[in-house]
Design a protein around this ligand. Structure first.
Ligand code: SIN
Ligand code: NI
Length: 255
């Protein structure tokens, strides 16, 4: 099998990069932020994560969801035009923001994020092709919580939600994926990867002396409806199953 993995230029995403994203379910886009922007947003993310009451903290990562609602600096990153434009070009459909999240792996002893797909966690119907931007706000070599992807795994629509803590979870329900190639993409501060909501991915542990600081912006197709399943973002909203996810919580970002 020949696996050709393209990378994309942040300001000029060529057709072969779009094809690579759609074939494999992920792509790296270099320098989507300048070094100055990455430094600025890293400081902002660390401050928000430090003071947030809504964060969850585990041995895998510290997670703060929907920071764009509360923090102007992070809002500028979540709604960053270059990132939304790239997501739209890759997905090829109009998109709304689903939610954002800061994910920080603490230095030295964090646990890996085990292989999983994202979409099974979400209360979504009718939104077949969500796309996430995973933005490196510091250098992320393989030793600092770096992402790996299983090419083509986004075509698996039939899998139950997987357990981030269990390295066997995905491969128990889908044994053939265990023997698929995995692509690890180290990123420099300001680079990002985009992945399809069903592309299986993992992140290594952070054994370095510095925190791994990433910000994830998740976009959904504008057709997406609420399935009724529980989720931290939708639980407070009293939505009716079958209704469209739209309005000010889910702004149109591109398309
Ligand atoms: C991580 O950054 O550790 C995991 C990110 C993801 O699952 O999307
Ligand atoms: Ni994930």
């Amino acid at each position: 099998m020949t696996l050709t993995i393209h990378e994309a230029d942040a300001h000029d995403i060529h057709d072969d990069a779009v094809k690579s994203y759609r074939d494999h379910g992920f792509i790296a886009v270099r320098n989507i932020l300048s070094k100055e922007e990455a430094d600025h947003f890293r400081q902002a993310a660390l401050e928000v994560a430090d003071k947030s009451k809504a964060r969850t903290d585990s041995e895998i990562f510290k997670q703060v969801v929907n920071v764009w609602r509360d923090d102007e600096a992070m809002k500028a990153l979540t709604l960053h035009n270059a990132i939304a434009k790239a997501a739209h070009r890759l997905a090829g459909i109009p998109l709304r923001l689903w939610h954002d999240q800061i994910l920080i792996k603490r230095p030295k002893d964090s646990r890996p994020t085990e292989f999983h797909q994202d979409q099974p966690y979400w209360p979504h119907a009718d939104g077949p092709d969500p796309i996430s931007a995973w933005i490196a706000l510091c250098d992320v070599p393989p030793e600092r919580g770096c992402m790996s992807f299983i090419p083509g795994s986004h075509r698996r629509r039939d899998l139950q939600g997987q357990n981030l803590r269990d390295s066997r979870s995905l491969f128990t329900i889908c044994p053939d994926l265990e023997w698929s190639p995995r692509v690890t993409l180290p990123l420099k501060a300001g680079d990002c990867t985009f992945h399809h909501g069903r592309c299986a991915h993992s992140a290594t542990s952070n054994i370095t002396q510095d925190p791994r600081v990433a910000h994830v912006v998740i976009y959904m197709p504008t057709t997406t409806t609420y399935s009724g399943k529980g989720h931290v973002v939708t639980d407070p909203l009293n939505l009716t199953p079958g209704s469209k996810l739209e309005g000010e919580m889910f702004p149109l970002v591109a398309g």
